[in-house]
Design a protein around this ligand. Structure first.
Ligand SMILES: NC(=O)c1ccc[n+]([C@@H]2O[C@H](COP(=O)([O-])OP(=O)(O)OC[C@H]3O[C@@H](n4cnc5c(N)ncnc54)[C@H](OP(=O)(O)O)[C@@H]3O)[C@@H](O)[C@H]2O)c1
Length: 336
């Protein structure tokens, strides 16, 4: 199997290559692709260096599977071409997510949708993936009618340059200097920015619309009521979310814990009296979606409040993409 990774030098691309190795995905030949800036550099895969090439119109000839994580512009440009060349594209950007022909897949929720692809499969937004992994098994028991989310999203969700901005900003503040911001509209160090993507005329941000639209599409609940505020916080890795889930029938916190303990991809950490709940620092670099603080909401009937944490570079991006590839392989939609 010839596997291309577009965006191989980025935070997500590197994680993808690491996961292909870690999960022993059957790669015969790796084709790491990026912009001309990185051409000639190398990435390590299975103990040997592989040369990075600048993506061109010829890059996808003979490629079976192409994992994309280079942003929406390159995805719009290259994904149709790669698909026409015969590759199956698993795309991490937002370019194709809401295209009706393109499946938007979280394997724990709608893995079979991946098998109906027409050449491109979209990987959802990081904040949306962890929310639906937690909400879906509860929905199957009690029928979800409302999803409310406030997110606390780490800077690695913005890419490698944002990590430097947080580190530099934190050092500046601690040295008594003014932090510089070029990636974010305000300094991210020691701050919380309720601003991810651009705002529409009603003041709703792009990231908030992603949560609304993508969660409806993945769970196939087109009329689900969703409200969301997305916030960037000075955490290097790992998104945290405060969710409110309202159901048609009553679901006790204890029953929700039982369901989530048995749910694929979920780990319950819920002993608040012992100060045990999921934390971004403790869960960074791991695969599951962690759920804690499971309790009845104080303001709404038939509603549970949850605290959900996951590594945005793994389940929020690279791991979900590699799991989609595994689903394709198991479903016979990729040749082994
Ligand atoms: N970070 C997350 O948690 C996360 C989660 C879900 C989805 N995503 C999506 O995944 C994508 C990548 O995110 P990231 O965090 O890995 O970003 P990143 O660290 O900034 O890396 C960007 C990658 O894209 C490549 N690239 C940029 N422009 C390109 C072009 N015109 N042609 C070819 N390659 C180009 C870069 O190559 P060079 O080294 O040559 O510049 C680099 O490999 C984005 O679409 C993002 O929205 C990210």
């Amino acid at each position: 199997m010839r596997v291309a990774v577009l965006g191989a030098t980025g935070l997500v691309g590197r994680e993808m290559i690491g996961l292909l190795e870690e999960r022993d995905f059957p790669v015969d030949e790796l084709l790491p692709l990026a912009s001309p800036r990185s051409a000639g550099a190398e990435v390590l895969f299975r103990g040997r260096p592989w040369k990075i090439q600048a993506v061109t119109e010829q890059s996808f000839e003979g490629v079976d599977l192409a994992l994309f994580s280079a942003g929406s512009g390159p995805s719009r440009l290259w994904a149709p071409l790669a698909a026409r060349s015969g590759a199956v594209v698993v795309d991490n950007s937002s370019a194709w997510r809401m295209d009706p022909q393109t499946p938007l897949v979280v394997p724990e929720v709608n893995g079979k949708a991946a098998l109906r692809h027409r050449g491109i499969i979209a990987n959802p937004n990081c904040a949306t993936i962890q929310a639906v992994v937690a909400a879906w098994p509860l929905h199957r028991e009690a029928s979800l009618s409302y999803l409310g989310a406030v997110t606390f999203q780490s800077v690695s969700g913005t890419g490698r340059d944002a990590l430097e901005e947080l580190e530099g900003g934190a050092r500046a503040v601690l040295s008594g200097e003014e932090p510089v911001s070029s990636i974010y509209p305000h300094p991210i160090a020691f701050n919380a920015l309720p601003h991810i993507g651009t705002f529409d005329d009603d003041g709703v941000s792009e990231e908030e619309w992603k949560m609304v639209r993508e969660s409806r599409k993945i769970m196939d609940l087109p009329d689900l009521a969703v409200s969301c505020t997305t916030v960037r916080v000075p955490v290097f890795r790992g998104h945290s979310e405060a969710l409110l889930l309202q159901f048609s029938s009553d679901l006790s916190p204890q029953r929700a814990r039982e369901i989530l303990c048995a749910a694929p991809g979920v780990v319950v950490v819920d002993e608040p009296a012992l100060a045990r709940y999921p934390l971004a620092r403790e869960t960074a670099g791991t695969d599951p979606v962690y759920v804690g603080r499971i309790r009845r909401d104080t303001g709404r009937e038939k509603t549970l409040a949850l605290w959900v944490v996951s590594d945005n570079l793994r389940k929020g991006a690279a791991l979900n993409a590699v799991q989609i590839c595994e689903t394709l392989l198991e479903g016979g939609a990729l040749r082994p």
